[in-house]
Design a protein around this ligand. Structure first.
Ligand SMILES: Cc1cc2nc3c(=O)[nH]c(=O)nc-3n(C[C@H](O)[C@H](O)[C@H](O)COP(=O)(O)O)c2cc1C
Length: 353
């Protein structure tokens, strides 16, 4: 793959390198094209309209996670995002729960939907009927085959390195090549533990058509994460992440990858007991802005409005966390990731807007 760098002279003494031959764009069937093959993962309540818009406006693909969002709010958020960007984005529903808002957000103009933790089956027709594309997150080859049988337009191949609820038990790079082979040209997006340009270059080399990053986008200025959680992501290493069922909330069958903290340490010290036999489980650790109490083992990550012992909450993080060096704007992050990925693939320039 050859890369060229165009050099633009803005004035006699300022020289800015723009637009190294870019990474390949991502085509989702006939639905839309994404200029920069970087997806901002659904990150629950931490994905704001501002974050998704910034990513899409930077040429990537932003997203909203709407599984637990009240129906009217979900519609409002899709409308707000459509007003904030003319570029494509996607919304996500984890199918371990009923996707109550799905038809409503399609009617509001969501251009793509991804499903995780379940297969779409007949929902594929519903989404296609609204003119939107369907992506399915899978964590195994068997899951990929079923998602393809269901007629999805792209696959998200999640490895066990992922932050948040982890659908896969297989390392990303091991899973990716079999999923890419099975997909026969249907785009495959790699996810799990990816945090810098070198990671993105690596998965593109392995046949992925794009990379989806979750934890890395939590540590951006636009994410709704609590500042103390963002700072801890910058300070943490991959050895601080643990795959656990400690913070099981209302989703007991799903493991989560989180940063080790006091709640997890004390639960492990007490023998990893089930609900009813966990230390401090009746304690309120934080409160939301509206005063709502969050209990010690709740799976809600700390957001910007919370007060209390925020670092005792569920601190989702993938193994790529140690590559997060700073909290930056989502736009700057997308440009940096592309530039570094292009350089790692053999180019040498930066990808400024
Ligand atoms: C804070 C946080 C919240 C998440 N919420 C969701 C969600 O609502 N739906 C979903 O399918 N995946 C969710 N995930 C998983 C991501 O979509 C994605 O698969 C994962 O972040 C990729 O791994 P990485 O964090 O190492 O980049 C979440 C991940 C994080 C870090």
């Amino acid at each position: 793959m050859g890369f060229r760098v165009r050099v633009k002279y803005l004035s006699s003494n300022i020289r800015v390198r723009v637009d190294a031959v870019p990474l390949p764009s991502l085509c989702i069937g006939d639905y839309f094209r994404v200029e920069r093959p970087i997806l901002q993962a659904p990150i629950g309540s931490l994905a704001t309209v501002g974050l998704a818009a910034a990513v899409s406006n930077a040429g990537g693909l932003g997203s909203l996670a709407l599984t637990w969002t009240d129906l009217n709010l979900a519609v409002d958020r899709v409308r707000a995002l459509r007003a904030a960007t003319s570029s494509p984005f996607f919304v996500n529903f984890a199918l371990a729960f009923e996707p109550h808002a799905l038809q409503h957000v399609l009617d509001a103009g969501a251009p793509a939907v991804t499903f995780s933790w379940g297969l779409p089956g007949e929902l594929t027709k519903l989404v296609h009927g609204s003119g939107a594309a369907v992506g399915v997150q899978v964590g195994s080859l068997a899951g990929a085959k079923s998602a393809l049988d269901d007629g999805c337009d792209f696959l998200i191949c999640q490895g066990v390195e992922a932050g948040g609820h982890v659908q896969s038990s297989i390392p990303l790079r091991e899973l990716l090549h079999v999923v890419v082979a099975e997909a026969c040209g249907i785009p495959v997006i790699a996810a799990g533990g990816l945090a810098d340009g070198a990671d993105i270059a690596d998965v593109l080399r392995l046949g992925a058509n794009g990379a989806m990053l979750g934890t890395r986008f939590v540590a951006t200025t636009e994410s709704h994460a609590h500042p103390a959680y963002k700072s801890l992501l910058v300070e943490s290493s991959c050895r601080d992440t643990v795959l656990t069922s400690c913070f099981n909330g209302d989703w007991p069958l799903a493991l989560q990858r989180v940063l080790r903290n006091r709640t997890l340490n004390e639960w492990e010290r007490a023998g990893c007991g089930p609900p009813g036999r966990r230390p401090g489980e009746n304690e309120v650790t934080v409160r939301q802005t509206d005063g709502k109490a969050i209990m010690r083992y709740d799976d809600t990550p700390p957001n910007a409005g919370m007060v209390g012992d925020v670092l005792s909450c569920c601190l989702y993080a993938g193994t790529g966390v140690e590559k997060i060096q700073s909290i930056m704007s989502a736009q700057a992050l997308v440009y940096e990731l592309c530039s570094d990925a292009a350089a790692a693939l053999g180019g040498s320039g930066s990808q400024a807007p």
